[in-house]
Ligand binder design. Structure first.
Ligand SMILES: Nc1ncnc2c1ncn2[C@@H]1O[C@H](COP(=O)(O)OP(=O)(O)OP(=O)(O)O)[C@@H](O)[C@H]1O
Ligand SMILES: [Mg+2]
Length: 449
């Protein structure tokens, strides 16, 4: 990820000795300094090139400090200006503060004090500038970019690929780490396609017991097996003319892989316990975390069927500064009044590796937005590691089950943005049961839409 470059400071001071020593101090403190002996030269440089702060004498041979401030304002350059003042200049310095100067420092001063104030000026400027840039980005995006948010090169390429593949009615495999947007890409492919008016039907191949899989996918006739009291339509039929999304496709039981392959080859299915062959027209999108090519337990003939096109989702840590944009997006979504992330928060966001990708980032952003006093670092250091999250050896089983069930419902509501019908389908829950459970866990649909 890109961390920011050394702060660039324009130093304007006519006294050669003061200029040289101040320049050295600032460079030792980690700033990149460009020094000018005249106000006009310094001003022109600041108007033409990006600087993070200006450190300037108030009394200069050609122009004075105040007019530098005015010129910057006139040209809408928000670079903060710190004045160095001699004894007699305090009145002028106070005037400068009223006109928007960041601060003034009276000569003689300690080098540490100067570098401290310059750092503060740089931080606040960078914070403001980058926040404004991100807010402007979030406000101006539309279409697919508003769904698959991100300014990085890889995300731009991804959106182009999604837009292109959406128009071609082929099967697609989406690869990517956990939480990096596979399902979101799958729904985008559907929503941008000619099938958009029909259903998008997700099926999580890792979550269905093998003995129920066939009837889930193909449906059953009444009396097909014990407990099959009435006819049930399977996901294939339900997705007729729409899109069927095989999530975690690598977990599909071997026995089912054969049957799915046959359905895809023949464009027909039979319900369990039925003889009638039913024509189906579905586009299949699959998501996988592991490479299916040469996969030990995944049939290669099915792989070739699905693998007409591939999308590789980059993990969040490879998306340049997108983590900051997404953080901004999720915090504002949770609470429009959320405070700005500090320099330290932003640093933590950019240096963390985000193994849980965008889902993990969203959770952190939501906590940040709901808790006024907490920093990103604190949130990150307090959270249990994702592998340990599910199982705790010293908590009663019932409580763990309760928490897990709540988490499943919550994640599913988030994934489907509160669309109850989709949640019912995804979790295979009747509406009444889902409503009861949501009530029990205090989950409100409105919080997810
Ligand atoms: N580029 C993005 N812009 C905005 N939100 C995103 C983006 N990518 C992912 N998300 C959000 O992040 C969350 C996780 O995404 P999604 O469920 O699609 O990931 P996944 O790859 O399917 O995860 P898993 O492997 O755990 O199933 C969702 O809430 C999704 O809306
Ligand atoms: Mg998913």
């Amino acid at each position: 990820m890109t961390l920011q470059t050394l702060p660039r400071i324009a130093l304007i001071e006519d006294d050669e000795i003061v200029r040289q020593t101040t320049c050295q101090w600032l460079e030792l403190a980690g700033f990149e300094v460009e020094a000018f002996s005249h106000g006009k030269a310094g001003l022109d440089a600041v108007l033409q090139h990006p600087f993070d702060a200006v450190v300037s004498d108030v009394k200069l041979p050609d122009v004075d400090g105040l007019s530098i401030l005015n010129e910057l304002e006139l040209h809408q350059v928000a670079t903060p200006v710190l004045f160095i003042t001699g004894h007699g200049d305090v009145d002028m310095a106070v005037g400068a503060l009223q006109n928007g100067a960041f601060d003034f420092i009276e000569k003689p001063f300690e080098p540490e004090r100067l570098s401290q104030r310059v750092s503060e000026a740089v931080d606040s400027y960078r914070q403001q500038a980058s926040t404004q840039e991100r807010q402007a980005y979030l406000a101006r995006i539309s279409g697919l970019e508003k769904v698959l948010i991100g300014q990085s090169r890889v995300m731009q390429q991804l959106r182009e690929q999604v837009a292109k593949l959406a128009r071609i009615d082929t099967n697609v495999i989406i690869y990517g780490e956990t939480g990096c947007g596979k399902e979101l890409v799958a729904t985008s492919l559907h929503n941008e396609s000619a099938r958009q008016a029909q259903r998008f039907v997700p099926i999580n191949c890792g979550a269905i017991p093998e003995n129920l899989f066939e009837s889930e996918l193909f449906g059953h006739e009444s009396g097909a097996f014990t407990g099959a009291n009435q006819r049930r339509i399977g996901k294939f039929e339900y997705a007729h003319k729409g899109t069927l999304f095989f999530d975690e496709v690598e977990s599909m039981p071997a026995s089912m892989q054969v049957k799915v392959l046959r359905a895809l080859q023949e464009h027909t299915i039979e319900r369990v316990g039925g003889n009638q062959s039913i024509a189906i027209d579905t586009r299949v999108i699959a998501a996988a975390k592991a490479d299916l090519n040469g996969h030990e337990t995944f049939r290669q003939d099915l792989y070739y069927r699905l693998n007409v096109a591939q999308i590789h989702l980059p993990p969040l840590r490879e998306r340049e500064d997108d983590a900051l944009i997404l953080f901004e997006h999720f915090t504002r979504q949770t609470n429009p009044e959320t405070r700005l992330a500090s320099e330290a928060d932003r640093h933590a966001i950019l240096s963390y590796s985000w193994p849980g990708n965008i889902r993990e980032l969203r959770n952190v952003a939501v906590r940040f937005a709901l808790d006024d006093g907490i920093s990103v670092m604190e949130i990150l250091s307090n959270r249990p590691s994702s592998t340990m999250e599910a199982v705790q050896s010293d908590v009663p089983l019932l409580i763990q089950l309760h928490n897990f069930e709540r988490k499943v419902l919550h994640e599913c509501l988030v994934a489907h943005q509160g669309r109850i019908h989709e949640v019912m389908l995804a979790l295979d829950l009747p509406r009444r049961t889902l409503n009861q459970k949501m009530k029990k866990f205090g989950l409100n649909r409105a919080d997810y839409t």
